[in-house]
Ligand binder design. Structure first.
Ligand code: FE2
Length: 355
C-alpha cells in the first residue's frame, strides 16, 4: 500500500488525534541555553588503516511476529555481519505495528548485539502504534550500544544528536541527527495532511554545534552529514532544476517532504559544513542527487520487507534485491566520502564518490 494511501485511511486519523493538541513533552520551549546543547553523543575514532565505515538502515517498518517482516530482520543481520561497520544509523520508521516496543527491541537486537555504536533518527511512524515518542525513544536508548542521548531541554523532538568522527587534530566529520517528527496541523489547513518540519530550536541547536566545531578547527567548518527521516522541500527543486543533474540510483517515487520550509537547507548553506542530507521516508528512492549548491541529497536503501509499500523489487527480481542498506566510507585526512547501496546477500551497487 502506498504511504499516501494508508495515511488517508487509518494512520492519519491516529496522528490527527494524538499529535494535534500540543508539542511532545520532550520539546519544552524553555531554556535556550543549557548543558544539553553541548552534549555530544559519541566521539569515534578511525580504524588503524585510516578508514571509517557507516551503515545506514531505514524504514524497516518492523512488526514483531509478523512473517511479512522476516526479510527486514535478515537484512539488518546480514548487513552488520557482511560490512562490519564502525557506526550504524537507522533513519527511522523502525516499526510499523503493535506491539511497537517489542517490535523495536526485536529489529534493533542485531544492532544491540553487534558491539558497534549505533543511533537512530526517529521516523514519522515510530510513535503511531501505542507508545509515545518519548517512550519509544527511551526504550531504544536503553538497548546496548545505542549512543543517542536523552531529549534535550528546549529542543523540539527527541532524536537530535551529534556524533563526531575524530582525526589526529580533532573532529574530522560531524554526523548530525535531527528528529523530523511526525505530522503537524497547520492553521487553515486542518483537513490536509502535513508532515512536521525541523523547528527553529533544532536549527539553533545545530548552528551552535556547527559554530563551536568550526571555532575549534582553525575557523574552518567541520565537514558534516545530516541524517533525518523526512526529506527537505529543496530536494523537489533540485530534481526539477538540474538539467545536467548527477543522479545515481532508483528514482521511482516523488519525494514527500513537509509542506513547510523552515530554513534548514539555507542554514546548511550559510554554515558551509553539510556535504549531504541523508534521509529515508520515500521507500522507492535510493539515489544520490548532487544539488547545484554542492549539497547532496541522499536516500537510504529501503531496509524493510512487506509490511509496507515497496517497489524496488520489480517483477522477476528476487526478494533479496529489495531490501538493503546504504554504506558510507570515510578516509582520515581526505575530504568527501564514498557511498554505495548494499543489498541483502552482499551485492553492492551505485558507488558514488563525493568530493
Ligand atoms: Fe517508511
Amino acid at each position: 500500500m502506498k504511504r499516501r494511501t494508508f495515511l488517508k485511511d487509518a494512520a492519519w486519523a491516529t496522528v490527527f488525534a494524538s499529535v494535534a493538541p500540543a508539542l511532545p513533552s520532550c520539546s519544552s520551549p524553555s531554556a535556550s541555553e543549557s548543558a544539553d546543547l553541548e552534549r555530544i553523543a559519541a566521539r569515534l575514532p578511525f580504524r588503524a588503516d585510516g578508514t571509517f565505515t557507516l551503515v545506514q538502515f531505514t524504514d524497516t517498518h518492523y512488526i514483531a511476529g509478523d512473517p511479512r517482516s522476516e526479510r527486514a530482520l535478515a537484512c539488518v543481520k546480514d548487513a552488520i555481519e557482511g560490512v562490519k561497520p564502525d557506526l550504524i544509523i537507522h533513519t527511522g520508521d523502525i516499526v510499523f505495528g503493535r506491539p511497537d516496543l517489542d517490535s523495536a527491541r526485536e529489529i534493533l537486537t542485531p544492532l544491540a548485539n553487534s558491539g558497534i555504536p549505533w543511533a537512530v533518527a526517529l521516523g514519522n511512524h515510530d510513535s503511531q502504534f501505542g507508545s509515545t515518542r518519548e517512550d519509544m525513544f527511551s526504550l531504544i536508548r536503553s538497548l546496548p550500544g545505542c549512543v543517542n542521548t536523552a531529549p534535550k531541554e528546549g529542543i523540539y523532538g527527541c532524536s537530535n544528536d551529534v556524533i563526531l568522527l575524530q582525526g589526529d587534530q580533532g573532529a574530522e566529520r560531524a554526523f548530525y541527527l535531527f528528529d523530523s517528527m511526525d505530522a503537524v496541523i497547520l492553521k487553515g489547513m486542518e483537513e490536509q495532511h502535513c508532515y512536521d518540519y525541523i523547528r527553529v530550536s533544532q536549527l539553533n541547536w545545530y548552528k551552535a554545534h556547527s559554530e563551536k566545531l568550526q571555532a575549534g578547527n582553525n575557523n574552518v567548518p567541520v565537514p558534516a552529514l545530516a541524517f533525518f527521516h523526512i526529506p527537505l522541500r529543496e530536494i523537489e527543486r533540485a530534481l526539477l532544476e538540474a538539467p545536467n543533474r548527477f543522479l545515481v540510483g532508483n528514482n521511482c517515487e516523488e519525494p514527500c517532504p513537509s509542506r513547510v520550509n523552515s530554513g534548514l537547507f539555507g542554514l546548511f548553506l550559510e554554515r558551509g559544513d553539510v556535504q549531504a542530507i541523508v534521509t529515508g521516508h520515500d521507500h522507492d528512492c535510493d539515489y544520490v542527487l548532487r544539488g547545484e549548491t554542492g549539497i547532496n541529497f541522499i536516500y537510504g536503501r529501503f531496509s524493510g520487507c512487506d509490511t509496507v509499500y515497496n517497489h524496488l523489487g520489480r517483477s522477476g527480481v528476487s526478494p533479496e534485491k529489495v531490501s538493503g542498506c546504504r554504506v558510507f566510507r570515510f578516509t582520515k585526512g581526505k575530504p568527501g566520502f564514498r557511498t554505495w547501496v548494499r543489498l541483502l546477500g552482499g551485492e553492492e551497487q551505485q558507488v558514488v564518490d563525493i568530493q
